[in-house]
Design a protein. Sequence first.
Length: 202
Amino acid sequence: MEPHAYTVFADDRLVVSGELETVLRHTKAAQDRGEFDRWLIFDDSTGKQVDFDFRGTIEQVLARVPHHPLFVMDVPGQPRSGPGRPKLGVVSREVSLLPRHWEWLEQQPNGISAALRRLVDEARKANAGKDRVRAAAEAAGRFMTAVAGNLPGFEEALRALYAHNEARFEEEIRHWPNDIREHAHRLARMSFPSETARAARE
């Protein structure tokens, strides 16, 4: 799954998947042709639904994207420039710790902020594999809940997903519409042992 990929579903049919601009252009053109009345756009990295304003021309639609809440940081004065990663920089936020934590941090070389950044980086590196597994399962779970909640085997499929049981997962979703089944598995694949083991070897 490519980073910052988005996917559009109209009922049980996958309409388009790819980078955001491509997805918006395709969706806007299909909407203008009256090809579908209802559609859902998903951020594939999280499985969350995302709404965009399709009023006006495609140029107007794209011009509004940088101001979308998805691409605007929640820190005043630090907006993102558009889809993708924000510019690297230091952001100040309040942190609440117990006295013993502050005492330990104050004893660290290079200051408290440097120590906190180092601890976060070390934790991210140590838990990278587990974080990928959890993120994949959560993304697939959100997508499935949005489009497959009424399909047979949904609850069992969700249990299999969070149990990282690929065989059971595939068994429960095998009668689902093709596009939903394939996209759910694509989002979920990194949560299964076979895929995570393969990724670790590469």
